[in-house]
Design a protein around this ligand. Structure first.
Ligand SMILES: Cc1cc2nc3c(=O)[nH]c(=O)nc-3n(C[C@H](O)[C@H](O)[C@H](O)COP(=O)(O)O)c2cc1C
Length: 435
C-alpha cells in the first residue's frame, strides 16, 4: 500500500487534519505537528518545496493496530510471528517510488524539515536505510541524516548497528534512504534481529510488500515508498552531525559521523514527504514497540509465564520496561528482570508485575510498587555496563550506566495483610437514578 492511500483513508474516516495554507519546512511544520499530536496532519502547500508533507501518522499503538486490522494487544504476537515466519517479497519492475527519476540532485528542493531552532540543520528523520554486505546480504535500519550541501548529508550511525558493521567491513557502502513508508516497513526497520536477516522479509510477513531494484545501486528497495535517495555512505569521510533533539527530548551532542553522498533521487509523481517529530510519540512508538517481542521471547524462553510487555512512554519509550507475568515460583520476578535485560540491551530500569496489574496505567504500576516491593529482596542492581547512548546520565562516550530491576510481584504465600485490591460491588446504576 502506498502512504497516500492510507492518508486518504484517514481523511475519509475523519481522522486527518488538512492544512491548506502555505507553510514553511523551516520550523513551521514541526510546530504544527507538535500542536496536533497525535492527530495525523497533511500539509497541502509548502512555501519552500513543491511537495506535500504528512506527519503524526503512527503516533499510537492503536493507529498501528488499526492499520493492520488487529487490536493493540495483538501487536506483540503479530510481530513475533512475522520475525519467526519471514517471507521474501514479490519483485516488480514498475514501482511507484520510481515514477520520477531525478539525475540532477538538489536536496534543497525536498521538504527536509528543520524541527527545532537548536538543530544543526534540516534533518531526514523518517528515513529507512537499505544497505548490503557481500556476506550478510541486505539490511534495513533507521538513520537520521542532516543536510550539509546540495547533494551531501551526514548520517548518525550508532556503533553496533548492522549498518555500522557493514561500514566497518567495507569502508564505503551503497545505500537507499527510503522516505514515506507504511508501518510494515517502518516497524521491520526498527526491529533488531540477527545480522544477515533482511528485515524486508519481516515487513512482508507483516503485510505483503513489493520490492524493486534501485536505479543506481545494487539494492532491492520497498517499491511503494514515496521518495528514495540513492547514494553511498563513506565511513572515513566524516562531518559534524548535530546538535539534534533526540528520543529523550534532550539535545544530542555534535559528533563526527559518516557522510552520505546522494547520487540520484527517485519518487512518486505526486509524492508525499513523511515528517516524523524527533523525540515525540511517533519516534517513541517506533523505537520501543519493536523491542517488546524480543523481551517477551527472552522471558518466555526461561519458562516464565509472561503475559505482556510495555516499553513505557514516560521512559522515552526506550529506557523503561513494564512486564506482566503469572508468577508460579518465588524467584520468577528476579529471573524475569534478568531475561528482560537480555531482550533489550538499552533498557535501564525494569519492573515486573502480577497479572492483576494494568501495566498501561501509571497509577496502577505505582500502586503495585508501593504495596508489593521491598528493596532488600526485590531489587536487582547490575554491575555498571554499556546502556543507551541516548541517556544523558550515561557516561559520555562509553554509554556506561547502572541498570536495575524492581520485582513488584506479591509473594506466593501471603503472611499478614492481603495484597489484593478491593473490588467494590458492581451495580446496575439505572436502578438508583430518577425518582
Ligand atoms: C525513528 C527512528 C530513528 C532512528 N534513528 C537512528 C539513527 O539516527 N541512528 C542509529 O544508529 N539508529 C537509529 N535508530 C535505531 C535503529 O535504526 C534501530 O534500533 C534498528 O533496529 C537497528 O537495527 P539493526 O539491529 O539492524 O542494526 C532509529 C530508530 C527509529 C525508530
Amino acid at each position: 500500500m502506498i502512504l497516500e492511500s492510507y492518508i486518504k483513508e484517514l481523511g475519509e474516516r475523519g481522522e486527518l487534519t488538512v492544512i491548506k495554507k502555505s507553510v514553511s519546512k523551516n520550523l513551521e511544520i514541526a510546530g504544527v505537528l507538535k500542536t496536533f499530536e497525535p492527530t495525523p496532519v497533511l500539509f497541502e502547500k509548502l512555501m519552500d518545496s513543491e511537495y506535500r508533507v504528512a506527519g503524526n501518522l503512527f503516533c499510537t499503538k492503536k493507529q498501528i493496530a488499526d492499520y493492520f486490522g488487529i487490536t493493540p494487544e495483538q501487536i506483540i504476537p503479530t510481530l513475533t510471528s512475522a520475525i519467526e515466519n519471514r517471507s521474501p517479497p514479490e519483485v516488480t519492475d514498475k514501482a511507484p517510488c520510481q515514477e520520477v527519476v531525478e539525475n540532477h540532485v538538489n536536496l534543497d528542493d525536498l521538504p527536509i524539515l528543520i524541527h527545532n531552532k537548536i538543530d544543526g540543520g534540516p534533518y531526514i528523520s523518517s528515513g529507512v536505510v537499505v544497505s548490503a554486505d557481500p556476506e550478510f546480504g541486505q539490511n534495513l535500519d533507521f538513520h537520521r541524516a542532516m543536510q550539509i550541501g546540495k547533494d551531501k548529508m551526514v548520517t548518525r550511525v550508532v556503533k553496533g548497528r548492522d549498518f555500522y558493521k557493514f561500514l566497518e567491513r567495507n569502508g564505503e557502502v551503497d545505500v537507499a534512504f527510503c522516505i514515506g513508508n507504511t508501518p510494515e516497513i517502518l516497524i521491520a526497520a526498527a526491529t533488531s534481529v540477527e545480522t544477515g536477516v533482511d528485515e524486508l522479509e519481516i515487513a512482508n510477513a507483516l503485510k505483503r510488500i513489493r520490492t524493486v531494484k534501485a536505479k543506481s545501486v545494487d539494492l532491492m528497495i520497498p517499491a511503494d515508498c514515496e521518495f528514495v535517495l540513492e547514494g553511498r555512505v563513506i565511513l572515513e569521510e566524516k562531518a559534524d552531525e548535530g546538535p539534534f533533539i533526540d528520543l529523550t527530548e534532550t539535545v544530542d551532542v555534535v559528533r563526527q559521523e559518516p557522510v552520505f553522498e546522494v547520487k540520484k533521487i527517485t519518487h512518486r509523481s505526486d509524492a508525499i514527504w513523511q515528517g516524523l517529530l524527533p523525540g515525540r510519540s511517533e519516534h517513541k512508538i517506533l523505537m520501543g514497540m519493536p523491542r517488546e517481542p524480543t523481551i517477551f521471547k527472552k522471558i518466555k524462553d526461561r519458562g516464565i509465564d509472561v503475559l505482556d510487555v510495555n516499553i513505557t512512554p514516560g521512559g522515552a519509550s526506550w529506557l523503561h520496561v513494564a512486564v506482566k507475568i503469572k508468577k508460579k515460583h518465588e524467584d520468577e520476578g528476579i529471573k524475569a528482570i534478568e531475561a528482560a535485560f537480555e531482550g533489550h540491551k538499552s533498557a535501564k530500569h525494569i519492573w515486573i508485575y502480577d497479572d492483576d496489574v494494568d501495566i498501561y496505567d501509571e497509577q496502577e504500576r505505582e500502586w503495585a510498587m508501593a504495596t508489593r516491593f521491598q528493596a532488600d529482596v526485590d531489587l536487582l542492581i547490575k554491575d555498571k555496563e554499556p546502556g543507551s547512548s541516548l541517556d544523558p546520565s550515561a557516561e559520555p562516550g562509553t554509554k556506561m550506566t547502572t541498570k536495575c530491576g524492581f520485582d513488584c510481584t506479591k509473594p506466593l504465600v501471603t503472611k499478614g495483610k492481603s495484597f489484593d485490591k478491593a473490588r467494590f460491588p458492581e451495580v446496575d446504576i439505572k436502578k438508583y437514578l430518577g425518582e
